[in-house]
Design a protein around this ligand. Structure first.
Ligand code: IMP
Ligand code: MG
Length: 175
């Protein structure tokens, strides 16, 4: 029998909305007159990507990639697998990667290397949350939403064992 996990709201849906507004303002300014490819990192970034792109009023394309590192536990295995790679060429394109959370940095560093090899014109990273206290691989985040504490987060796309992605707020899982 599993007991019900305790959830505490860290960022409300209103705070997330305000943050996505701000990020979209910056991205709009920087990509005006360009036609970038936005890459949504599945699964965790689907909600953030959907909210962000609705605020962007320039031509863009959305691509999806899926990586896995977590074998269902809270700790990263450190081994990254490309579950679904890019379906379209990005050579010469302005590429913006949309990520839910940068934790140790292993996953996103792996993805950025994979994308850099495909010779985009530019490559930037937008992350909704950053957990710098756990970083093992240096990562430059060009557009950052929230710097978060060393806690396991769920909601707004983030999961624990595939659950809680549907929560509209970002919550801390208390143990
Ligand atoms: P990293 O490779 O350690 O940076 O892990 C990045 C990936 O692990 C993220 O894209 C998430 O999918 C997942 N992850 C890291 N921290 C959390 C968390 O607090 N909640 C949910 N998923 C997380
Ligand atoms: Mg992710």
């Amino acid at each position: 029998m599993s007991s019900q996990p305790k959830l505490r709201i860290l960022y409300t849906r209103a705070e997330i909305e305000a943050k996505v507004d701000k990020l979209a303002d910056k991205i709009r300014r920087d990509y005006l007159g360009k036609h970038p490819v936005l890459i949504c990192v599945l699964k965790g970034s689907f909600m953030f990507t959907a909210d962000l792109i609705r605020r962007l009023n320039f031509p863009l394309e959305v691509e999806f990639v899926q990586l896995s590192s977590y074998g269902g536990a809270k700790e990263s295995s450190g081994k990254i697998k490309m579950v679904q790679g890019l379906q379209s060429p990005i050579q010469g394109r302005d590429v913006l990667v949309i990520e839910d959370i940068v934790d140790t940095g292993t996953t996103i560093a792996f993805l950025l290397d994979y994308l850099r090899d495909k010779k985009p014109a530019s490559l930037k990273l937008c992350a909704l949350t950053d957990k710098p206290s756990r970083r093992q691989v240096p990562v430059k985040i060009d557009y950052l939403g929230f710097t978060v504490p060393d806690k396991f987060l769920v909601g707004y796309g983030l999961d624990l064992d595939q659950k809680f992605r549907n929560l509209p707020d970002i919550c801390v899982l208390e143990d």
